[in-house]
Design a protein around this ligand. Structure first.
Ligand code: GCW
Length: 681
């Protein structure tokens, strides 16, 4: 090929390639613009002049190919909250909402139906009222644009350019959130820089808040408890000192003058080195209430995290409960105690946090981690809806049977109080937003469950696949199976049977059950959690051990206490058992561990085969990118299996069963692996 010809070809083809490049940036919003011929045949109308209502009309005018739609505001329909009612037949659909944002949510529901192949020409009648009032994303984004535990590139927020330049991605982000009902975002890391509260940053935050408002999204900030010292020059940040209270009141007034619908603050206090009220001998309630009083006149909220633990002799799993349970009933109405789903830290599997059953007189909310800090970063395909559901559906028995975590947080037992749920975002500036194309499903699933916690993992997966890829059954069915299996698969190749926190130190990618850092905190060391020795493995949290089981109501306490009734998935979370302990299927514990790890590896390898057979249904870019990541996942699964089994074998001194694939690595080689992955604090 001679050069000029080649160049011309390139010039002609490049725009086409860019146009059709399938980089995943469209997420689950792959609507086709309707042809003018279609749009002339139907009308999309609203009488409302509200910006959000107009946006709803615009979205439907651009993408809805069906019958006429009327979007109607009805202030009488208080029970709808920010939800909607849709009724219609083949000629006309009416979306009724009490608030303009309900109309936008209704519009996105119609578009979702259209995209997933639902027949909207039949008579339709349905009402959706969200499970939680505040459906929140927590960004752990630092002001230097690194993202703590983020695996999708740098932060979306271009602080240097704000407030003057607005990246087009801000609006795409807001639209994606609104399409699943997310209505609150915390922009910055809970390990918060005080700088976020300086006037110049407040202006930047205002620019984002102004942009998100049309999409029904309120902005919140993480605040550093020492801000009065750092920014205000006060000698301390004691929440009972009048000058400190005055400083916060003035700061809050300054924020609301710029952002009248500012949501409030998220606070990590006296946790992992962050400052807090205990620095002055005050309680978490005293700290939270001081801030709650400051935002109260403006309708603001305080999300106060319960993720607290210190290197003491008390089992880490017990510490948040020990700290917070005595404070139940002491928090102001506009404080919500934000509790991680499990008592330790976003492990592949944890029992539900016992605090959910203990804080009956306080507002409480679940914090999930959407970003995969402990689940293979954005390299592993792990669909998290089953993990989220496992917590939400867990029964605390706080008010007798069926006091699930969902009901303990959705207002069932505390009618009239604000309810909320949070997920730590997995979003960054990568073209596909989340690093792994399938990690988009976790953002989507979190939003859908925040909207309706009764949806099934299966239905959400199916929606997402249809929206993001295709309605072809031959693709939808196997991919759905793969997604639904993926969380259990990851548990099996990483930490089956209730094992936890045996990750590599600091960055948390890959296995390091032998990990020990001289002088390091014991509660950051794998041995603290697995307790492997010649006698057995596991953490005794029964009455003969740390007695963490006592933090659960009956009958859960009883059930967890006895290895015969303890769910096998949590066995080594609650029990230290001999290697030859008989598991439910009659295998010894050692053999069962070997089978689980091996099963996890085989499943991860099977994911590769499943995907390989689906090539013809997927665009080349996404096909190849997912294929490459599945390969890493399968290799990592082998790494996990070999590392943990070979290491534990040094204690069990038992053979790996012959039906299990032999380790391909040497323990000494695995112990030498040191990944250079930075953990940004
Ligand atoms: O999971 C741990 C993470 C920290 C994080 C902390 C928290 C933001 O390893 O990176 O800090 O939890 O939730 O506060």
């Amino acid at each position: 090929m001679n050069k000029p010809y080649f160049l011309t070809l390139l010039i002609v083809l490049l725009p086409l390639v860019t146009l059709f490049a399938e980089d995943g940036s469209q997420l689950w919003l792959r609507y086709q613009r309707v042809a003018p011929a279609v749009s002339q045949q139907r009308t999309i109308v609203t009488k409302s002049t509200d910006e959000t209502a107009k946006l709803a009309v615009q979205e439907l005018a651009d993408y809805w190919v069906g019958q006429d739609v009327e979007l109607k505001l009805d202030a009488q329909q208080k029970q709808l909250k920010d939800g909607f009612h849709i009724q219609g037949d083949s000629k006309r659909i009416t979306v009724i909402a009490q608030q303009p944002i309900g109309l936008l949510y209704g519009a996105y529901r119609l578009l979702q139906w259209q995209q997933t192949g639902k027949n909207t020409a039949d008579k339709i009648e349905l009402t959706e009222i969200p499970s939680f009032d505040i459906r929140m994303l927590n960004h752990w984004d630092n002001l230097d644009r690194t993202v703590e535990r983020g695996y999708a590139g740098h932060s979306l927020w271009l602080w240097d350019e704000l407030p003057h330049q607005l990246s087009p991605r801000y609006e795409q982000y807001a639209r994606a959130n609104a399409s699943v009902g997310i209505n609150a975002v915390v922009l910055n890391n809970v390990n918060a820089s005080p700088q976020i509260l300086t006037p110049s940053y407040i202006h930047k935050v205002k620019a984002l808040a102004d942009l998100f408002r049309r999409y029904g999204i309120k902005v919140y900030l993480s605040a550093n408890f020492s801000s009065p010292i750092v920014l205000g020059g006060l000698p301390d940040s004691d929440p009972l000192r009048p000058e400190v209270q005055g400083w916060w009141a003035a700061k809050v007034t300054e924020i609301y003058a710029q952002i009248p619908d500012f949501g409030g603050f998220l606070i990590k206090a006296n946790s992992e080195g962050q400052p807090g009220p205990q620095d002055y001998g005050r309680s978490h309630a005293e700290g939270a209430n001081m801030l709650a009083d400051a935002v109260k006149p403006f309708g603001g909220m305080i999300m106060w995290r319960a993720f607290v633990y210190n290197p003491t002799s008390e089992d880490r799993a017990k510490q948040a409960y020990t700290e917070f349970e005595p404070l139940d009933g002491q928090f102001r109405d506009n404080v919500i105690v934000q509790i991680k789903n499990g008592a330790i830290d976003f492990q592949p599997r944890e029992p539900f946090h016992p605090l959910f059953g203990a804080m009956k007189q306080s507002n409480q909310m679940v914090e999930f981690q959407i970003t995969q800090e402990y689940l293979g970063f954005s390299n592993h395909l792990v669909y998290l809806a089953p993990l989220f559901k496992e917590t939400l559906d867990a029964d605390t028995y706080a008010h007798g049977p069926v006091s699930t975590v969902a009901k303990m947080t959705d207002g069932t037992f505390r009618p009239g109080f604000k309810t909320a749920i949070a997920g730590v975002a997995n979003i960054g500036e990568d073209a596909n937003w989340t690093g792994h194309h399938f990690a988009q499903a976790n953002w989507y699933a979190y939003g859908r469950l925040a909207w309706n916690h009764q949806l099934s993992s299966e239905d959400i997966a199916e929606e997402w696949i249809r929206l993001s890829f295709t309605n072809e059954e031959a693709f939808v069915a196997p991919v759905k199976d793969l997604m639904l299996a993926s969380r259990e698969t990851a548990v099996n190749y990483m930490m089956p049977l209730g094992l936890h926190h045996i990750f590599a130190f600091d960055h948390h990618y890959g296995p390091e059950p032998w990990g020990d850092v001289a002088g390091g905190r014991p509660d950051w060391m794998p041995w603290y959690y697995h307790n492997a020795d010649v006698n057995g493995v596991g953490f005794d949290r029964t009455a003969s051990g740390s007695n963490a089981v006592a933090q659960y109501h009956e009958p859960v306490q009883q059930q967890y206490s006895d290895p015969k009734t303890c769910p096998e998935t949590l066995l080594l979370w609650f029990h230290h058992l001999p290697w030859l302990h008989k598991t439910q299927n009659g295998n010894t514990l050692w053999d069962e561990l070997c089978f689980r790890y091996d099963g996890g590896v085989q499943e991860a390898e099977a994911f590769e085969n499943t995907w390989d057979q689906l090539e013809k249904y997927v665009d080349t870019e996404r096909f190849a990118e997912v294929q490459a990541k599945l390969k890493i996942q399968a290799q990592d699964a082998v790494w996990w299996k070999d590392a943990v089994l070979l290491y534990f074998q040094t204690f069990s001194n038992l053979p790996i069963p012959s039906s299990v694939e032999k380790p391909v690595h040497q323990l000494e080689d695995l112990q030498k692996i040191k990944l250079d992955l930075k953990h940004h604090n």
